[in-house]
Design a protein around this ligand. Structure first.
Ligand SMILES: NC(=O)c1ccc[n+]([C@@H]2O[C@H](COP(=O)([O-])OP(=O)(O)OC[C@H]3O[C@@H](n4cnc5c(N)ncnc54)[C@H](O)[C@@H]3O)[C@@H](O)[C@H]2O)c1
Length: 342
């Protein structure tokens, strides 16, 4: 069974491809490489022994996107990861985010409709909940005001798919990821941001290795246990496996409606300062960090109730924060060793 993965050269897409291949799926990827290179595809091949084809296509171009679907009419589903994801950047470049994230989604849906693709899995985000005070969040928690244009593209993306699913046969799942971290245990693939990273863990590992001089914690005056923001850090291979499970769930018609939503988190809230301490503990490296002002677009605290995904998808997050930090660190060290050996 063949799956079309958009954004397959990116962080979560690449880890998901590994999990899909390990579970017997064939995969093709579509990625314009606007925020990636093809490096992770080499890692996927080393891990799985399978060479994954990537179509270097901008999904905002309908004609090119259509040509990919035309060539792959035998797919059982699409997993749509491709998007821009930097919260801070989206605050300053809202149109770029609306244009890229929504146009690409609409084009994918047009092709899904034209080629009668039966199943769709969409990368959503816990940022759709906004600054909710109802913690941990369940899927029914009302969505509060989006704190950034990025988060708004995810809220709108979900609504577009819900509306689409009401009048079309495609079965869809919206997966709301909390904070994906870590890397494949082989250290052959991991998070590989182009330019300055935006997410906490690559900033931590790049600071520890010396690529970044100093890490800034955005605010320590929030109403949380140590004043820093609270997040639910979930290992990327656990997130990856949920996509395989979601697809199997749809293929086996275990879904109750045409569009279902699931939280993907561990259920544990960890502060930014606790995450830093967990990294220092497993790596033995003392991080150079300072406390800075709050960052625009950040929500204060968010963590998941993951009961629905556990019960219905039969999915279970298996990797804790320390092993997440360990694999992220092993990946960063492997990147440095690669540079040194070249
Ligand atoms: N990493 C996180 O913290 C996080 C959290 C919640 C949700 N998400 C969502 O998960 C998805 C994957 O995130 P990621 O961390 O792997 O990001 P990533 O940037 O590593 O990967 C996204 C990939 O999509 C590609 N892409 C973007 N726009 C495209 C377009 N128009 N056409 C073709 N390719 C395009 C990029 O080149 C990149 O390779 C995104 O939708 C993101 O919003 C990520």
């Amino acid at each position: 069974m063949k799956v079309l993965v958009t954004g397959g050269c990116g962080y979560i897409g690449a880890h998901t491809i590994v999990d899909l291949i390990n579970n017997g799926f064939d995969v093709v990827s579509v990625d314009s490489n606007i925020r990636s290179t093809t490096q992770l595809l080499d890692g996927i091949e080393k891990i799985t022994g399978k060479k994954v084809r990537n179509y270097k296509v901008d999904l905002c171009n309908l004609e090119d996107t259509n040509a990919v679907f035309h060539e792959n009419r035998d797919i059982v589903g699409v997993i749509h990861f491709a998007a821009l994801k930097a919260v801070g950047e989206s605050v300053h470049e809202p149109l770029l985010y609306f244009q890229n994230n929504l146009t690409s989604l609409i084009n994918v849906l047009k092709c899904v409709k034209e080629y009668n693709v039966p199943n769709l899995v969409f990368s959503s985000s816990c940022s759709v909940y906004g600054n909710t005070t109802a913690l941990p969040v369940v899927e029914e928690t009302p969505l509060a005001e989006a704190q950034s244009p990025y988060a708004r593209t995810k809220q709108m993306g979900e609504k577009i798919i819900e509306d689409y699913s009401r009048v079309n046969d495609t079965q869809s799942i919206l997966l709301r990821y909390f904070n994906p971290v870590g890397a494949h245990p082989s250290a052959l693939i991991g998070e590989l941001p182009l330019g300055k990273p935006d997410n906490l863990v690559p900033v931590i590992t790049q600071t520890a290795i010396g690529k970044i001089p100093k890490l800034t914690v955005f605010g320590d005056d929030y109403n949380t246990k140590d004043g820093s923001c609270v997040r639910d850090y979930i290992h990327v291979m656990d997130i990856a496996n949920a996509h395989t499970k979601a697809l199997q769930y749809l293929i086996e018609h275990r879904n109750e409606s045409n569009c279902e939503v699931f939280n993907l988190g561990t259920g544990n809230g960890v502060t930014v300062l606790e995450a830093i301490k967990a990294f220092e503990k497993i790596s033995g490296v003392k991080l150079n960090y300072t406390i800075g002002p709050r960052r625009e677009g950040d929500v204060i605290a968010i963590y998941a109730n993951n009961t629905k995904a556990k019960e219905k998808l039969q999915w279970e997050p298996k990797i804790g924060i320390e092993d997440s930090m360990r694999t992220a660190w092993q990946w960063e060290v492997s990147l440095r060793n690669k540079v040194l050996s070249n």
